[in-house]
Design a protein around this ligand. Structure first.
Ligand code: SAH
Length: 272
């Protein structure tokens, strides 16, 4: 008996990395180059699309740039429509598709329709953000694990009290287990995140905010948990940004430079 033909077309979820197009993987470049149609999220650098073949269609489904976010169900339906039409579909996402990228939901949706998507991983923003400061996520003495947390939960499902308790518990984990806390989508909620974490962590805990990591115009501040929201406001930092809390930040170049400056000033004062 002949094998039943599978569904036509194919779908690949591709992580485009944090921004800098040099951070694409070779698999990502190959997948982009063989796409008939690309569904592109926000936070994907334009230069990434230069790898697409001439004639490939580019559909933008992100929410920045003044457009309303394309609803997830619509994106799923669009992917299936194109795949069923026999197209090689690439779903291009910032960072990694499986870290706050709705990759899990899209895989489910596609499987339910008989498609097994391929997934090409990308460098996630949390890793790239710390890396851009010269700081690691883990450290033999200072950090024995990492929490990747969303700073933005569905408001209806999570009352402010629950939110505060959630940040407190994360703070306890950072403190008790010596973990690094990496917060995505937290820039707009810095004050409440700070308040919740301060229930468990001392105000002088190291913290950093990295806006548009690896993009031209990246900005960051290296500060303390006690000054987090204030420092963000002073520096005019906002979304998209990664907020990091934990001792790994002490390895950041800027923190080291500041420490050196303070020591120099101290020495100058002592000498004067
Ligand atoms: N899948 C992506 C995350 C998508 S959620 C990944 O793995 O990186 C979107 C959030 O990611 C933003 O709100 C921001 O917190 C973070 N983000 C994405 N790109 C970023 C960048 N270049 N610099 C800082 N934060 C970034």
């Amino acid at each position: 008996m002949a094998a039943r033909p599978g569904p036509p077309g194919c779908v690949t979820l591709v992580g485009a990395g944090p921004g800098d197009p040099q951070l694409l993987t070779l698999q990502a470049v190959q997948a982009i180059a063989s796409a008939d149609v690309l569904l592109v999220d926000d936070l994907v650098h334009e230069a990434v699309l230069a790898h697409a073949r001439p004639g490939a269609r580019v559909l933008r489904v992100g929410k920045r740039g003044g457009q309303a976010s394309t609803p997830q169900a619509h994106i799923g339906a669009l992917m299936l429509r194109e795949a069923r039409a026999g197209q090689a579909v690439v779903r291009l996402k910032g960072g990694d598709p499986f870290i706050f990228g709705r990759g899990g939901e899209e895989v489910q949706q596609l499987r339910a329709a008989g498609y097994e998507p391929r997934v090409v991983h990308g460098i996630t923003a949390g890793l790239a953000a710390l890396g851009s400061l010269g700081a690691p996520l883990t450290h033999g003495e200072r950090a024995h694990g990492v929490i990747f947390a969303s700073g933005h939960l569905h408001a209806q499902a999570h009352q402010p009290q629950q939110q505060a308790a959630r940040w407190q518990r994360m703070g306890e984990a950072v403190r008790d287990l010596q973990l690094t806390l990496v917060i995505y989508m937290g820039a707009g909620h810095a004050a409440e995140i700070q308040a919740g974490l301060l229930r468990a962590l001392p105000a002088d805990t190291a913290a950093a905010v990295i806006e548009r990591a690896t993009w031209p115009g990246q900005r960051q501040c290296v500060t303390t948990l006690g000054r987090l929201a204030q420092a963000m406001q002073a520096g005019g930092l906002g979304s998209p940004a990664i907020v990091v809390v934990g001792d790994v930040v002490l390895g950041a170049r800027e923190a080291l430079r500041r420490e050196a400056e303070q020591t120099e000033q101290g020495q100058a004062v002592a000498a004067g």
